[in-house]
Design a binder for this molecule. Structure first.
Ligand code: FAD
Length: 384
């Protein structure tokens, strides 16, 4: 059995290395930094995990398997990675967010309830919503601890025999006509039978020749101090949530209090039109960032309008339809790609690790991966 190289050991790469090594493959992994780190897409202490997927019901089978694998990683590592708080999708009655979440919930019989504004006010008093709005409550939603998850995936991968090189950037890769690959790093050149590329927001650079329509955006997350009692933001009075805002505005998402009171309560906006690269992104927090989020918080969670305690930037890698790219390289069958997670990939890391391991070793994953194919972009360019 030949070597399989994984480029990028963040959320997806660490999961893939673990899956491959656990199946007895020889794995060589590279990262330009030492994950978990805060230069890519996987930092910030919390990530929402949920199942009533408004993005498309075809994600649900992956999510159900993802929950099993997160639980298995918790068992194997002895760490508490996944915290179930319940989740609310809040929006206009008949609107996309709640309606599409309900389609996934009903199709897969996921435990959920549709709540009126009055019911939300009684159970979760921190939320402000119009009288004619609704919310889909999902029992099994919650949050993951991303840095800890990556740390454990890497640790388990090493225990399973993976050889991981940190602070060793990959400068170049080549697929040879012989069917092998060569990977040149800052230290030396390595040969392998297969290559898996999971480079997060660096994907547009390392996959440049493919010309995939990937765009990296600057995202900011914030932690606010509540005004009045912080108790309304504890997990017994507040679940994770995603909320529609005014027409055309990005969704607001957030978490209950997940750390000490002094850390504040985290909120963010899903998406932005500030395009950048990991090198060019402005990581300073500007007065305009705070102005915008304060306006949204005033609309949705007025009791969270206290001091801004912390803010930091992170990166999304967007595709035009906001679905992932998980596929074999269209030209080189010895190369497998995972990119374009469009701000919602983290919760899938272990199941996508499993899928990528299958693809890399000639297997056929049992999921409908058509949604993630690189071919859809050819169709897109033909249509335009
Ligand atoms: C603010 C924010 C909030 C989010 N919220 C959620 C959420 O609530 N739920 C959810 O499911 N998802 C969420 N996401 C999305 C999710 O975090 C990402 O989809 C996921 O973390 C992407 O993982 P990745 O492995 O592709 O990238 P990363 O974890 O960034 O890993 C890529 C790795 O590749 C390495 N690399 C790149 N190029 C090279 C090279 N040439 N040589 C060596 N190494 C290289 C990098 O150093 C990096 O470690 C959020 C993202 C952000 C930014």
């Amino acid at each position: 059995m030949g070597t399989i190289i994984v480029i990028g050991l963040g959320a997806m790469g660490s999961a893939t290395a673990l899956q491959l090594a656990s199946r007895g493959h020889r794995v060589l992994g590279f990262d330009q930094f030492t994950p978990p780190h805060s230069y890519g897409s996987s930092h910030g202490q919390t990530r929402i995990i949920r199942q009533s997927y408004w993005e498309d019901p075809r994600y649900v089978p992956l999510l159900l398997r993802g929950y099993e694998l997160w639980r298995r990683l918790e068992f194997d590592s002895g760490q508490h990675l996944m915290h179930i708080t319940g989740g609310l999708m809040i929006g206009r009655a008949g609107g996309g967010l709640v309606g599409r979440s309900a389609v996934s919930a009903e199709r897969f019989m996921l435990p959920h309830e549709v709540l009126s504004t009055e019911q939300v006010r009684r159970r979760y008093p921190a939320f402000k919503m119009d009288d004619d709005w609704v919310a889909l409550w999902e029992r099994d939603a919650g949050y993951l601890r991303p840095e800890l998850c990556i740390e454990q995936q890497l640790g388990q991968a090493v225990m399973a025999g993976a050889e991981l090189h940190f602070d060793e950037p990959v400068m170049e890769w080549n697929a040879l006509p012989t069917g092998d690959v060569l990977v040149r790093t800052s230290r030396q050149t390595y040969a392998a039978e297969h290559l898996v590329i999971t480079a997060g927001p660096w994907a547009p650079q390392i996959l440049k020749q493919l010309n995939l329509p990937l765009r990296v955006t600057r995202q900011v997350v914030y932690r606010f101090e509540p005004i009045g009692s912080i108790d309304l933001f504890r997990t017994d009075r507040m679940p994770v949530y995603i909320r529609e805002m005014e027409e055309g505005q990005p969704l607001l998402y957030g978490f209950p209090l997940t750390g000490p009171d002094s850390e504040g309560v985290k909120v963010g906006l899903h998406g932005s039109d500030e395009f950048c690269s990991p090198e060019s992104v402005d990581r300073t927090i500007r007065p305009a960032d705070e102005r915008i989020i304060r306006a949204r918080v005033a609309e949705a969670l007025p009791l969270l309008a206290g001091r801004l305690l912390h803010a930091e930037t992170c990166l999304y890698t967007m595709t035009p339809d906001e679905h992932f790219v998980i596929d074999k390289h269209p030209e080189f069958s010895q190369v497998t790609l995972a990119a374009g997670f469009s701000g919602h990939g983290f919760k899938f890391a272990p199941v996508l690790g499993e899928v990528l391991a299958e693809l890399a070793t000639g297997g056929s994953p049992e999921y409908d991966l058509g949604l993630f194919s690189t071919r859809r972009f050819q169709d897109l360019s033909l249509a335009s």
